[in-house]
Design a protein around this ligand. Structure first.
Ligand SMILES: [Zn+2]
Ligand SMILES: [Zn+2]
Length: 138
């Protein structure tokens, strides 16, 4: 079932399908992305500023492509920093080392909070209900 939302960019109402933009803006977004990708491929040493100038796409958007790992370029690498330690990175939000540490932190939190696979069988209706509704959500 589609949820109706207002497109944050153009304000039109649209059926939300996982992406927070209406179809028209999504297409626009995609075109901008392709433009940036093509430029970066042809000009591997270009900085974010140059790419933005040449393509007309905002620097913030280009940074976002980098963070999402959709764009990779040696020239653009210097623009991204690990949000945790400030090291230069090529994609994402954290450097590989911080990612590792964060991952193990998350794992230990999950363990501590008692979120485990159900090992003990129980007849409790409440638990059954919870499990069922959880499955339905997926
Ligand atoms: Zn829109
Ligand atoms: Zn880091």
């Amino acid at each position: 079932m589609a949820e109706l939302r207002n497109c944050p960019r153009c304000g039109r109402l649209f059926a939300y399908q996982g992406r927070n933009l209406c179809k028209r803006c999504q297409e626009e977004d995609e075109n901008e992305y392709l433009l940036v990708r093509r430029y970066v491929r042809d000009n591997p040493g270009a900085t974010i500023f140059e790419v933005s100038e040449a393509t007309g796409v905002e620097e913030e958007k280009i940074l976002q492509y980098l963070r999402e790992g959709r764009l990779q370029s040696k020239g653009l690498v210097a623009a991204l920093e690990c949000e945790r330690c400030g090291r230069k990175i090529t994609a994402g939000r954290y450097c590989p080392q911080c990612l590792k540490e964060l991952e193990s932190q998350i794992k230990s939190v999950v363990k501590d909070s008692g979120v485990k696979k159900p090992e003990i069988k129980t007849d409790s209706k409440e638990r059954m209900f919870t499990k069922d509704s959880y499955l339905k959500r997926e």
